[in-house]
Design a protein around this ligand. Sequence first.
Ligand SMILES: [Zn+2]
Ligand SMILES: [Zn+2]
Length: 424
Amino acid sequence: MRHYKSILHFRTLGLAFVLALPIIADAAQYEDFYFPREESTTTDGYPTPLSGKPITKTPIITKLKGTSNKKYPKYYIPGKEPLADNEMRVTILGSGSPTPVRRAQGTSSYLVELGNGDNFIFDIGPGTTGNLYSMGIHPALLDKVFIAHLHLDHVGDIFSLFDAMGWARNTPLQVWGPSGTTPDLGTAEFTKNVRKAAEWHVQSKRNLLPTGGTSIVTQEIDISKFSVENPRQLAYDKNGVKIYAFPVVHTIDGSMGYRLEWKGLSFAYTADSEPSTFEAEQSKGVDVFIHEVFPSPEEYAAQTKMPLQHAQNALGEHTIPEELGLVFDIARPGIGIGSHYTLGDALIDNFFKNVRTTYDGPVLLAHDLSVINVTPEQIVIRQAKTSLLAEVPDAPKLEGVDMNPGERSDSKRPDWLTETKIQR
Ligand SMILES: [Zn+2]
Ligand SMILES: [Zn+2]
């Protein structure tokens, strides 16, 4: 249509003016959505996506008044800021929703780094491993994943996680996640099938590279043990790090949240859930609380181009901004984070307007590569600047790990085909 119009103009208006027209129109329409975007704000004064600032009006939160606060550079640059031994860094790797996965928003994945050198990945949704590997951590040190529930927007990148550089570790990927009400609904069955689906992949590489990184060790949290008397279970307890699992209200049984505690710092992640007093109580008083949030059914239907009835059905299992505020009002976290939200300038203002009807504390609307540093004194939120061509950092020394490739697979391609190879 645009070309057709150009030809008409060409006949009537003159060459130079007309040839410029369609290009200017395109740029005006789309320029804001290429990276890097100019620093800008929404009508209500919130930073816009891709403008280099986290979407909040409270990027610095003082926990302890009268203490000398650590100063941070404007952006978080991976590899340039070692953590203090009492510091935690939380990075949003995937802030979006599966409808659709976007270049600027992967879905559901969060990295927690601690000053003791431990790293934890919470969910590994589609489109997030690029962000993860851009964070300057050697893949050998990214082997612990806590799955909140088995919706594919929370686990879809697990293949990339164990493939991309699983060989660099040659030890199993460790996965924690919920059991199901029956074994086929549990995390162990899921990871077993993931590994099974990768059989050709693993056999093809067995004699070339270490392939131990493509095995998965799964530890299920038995959801039948949750009750009013037993609201949470200790899923992980090592190096002073405790991670508790607790159930949340989301579709069928087997959706969980996690709460991490270390050196007086804390983090809670409830993944997808309908608002409940229970999850709010389990997340009470944490420094960083990440909870899902969706726009209104009308906004969601317009955004996804789905019928309103379907949008209403889907959002019945989720949380809208006013409800998020109610959960935060009970939990009172250092920073309450709404995530799983498809970002758009107008929707940002609507989110804050609505969340403010029920909550007055600090709120961040998650964006990929928002980074939250937490110390005993303060919480500081910035955007990371990571290289689009990030390289692998130096490999750590892995004590006692056999890095030799294994035996060749018995599956062999036919000789006649091999004989056609052009010799080097
Ligand atoms: Zn879900
Ligand atoms: Zn989800």
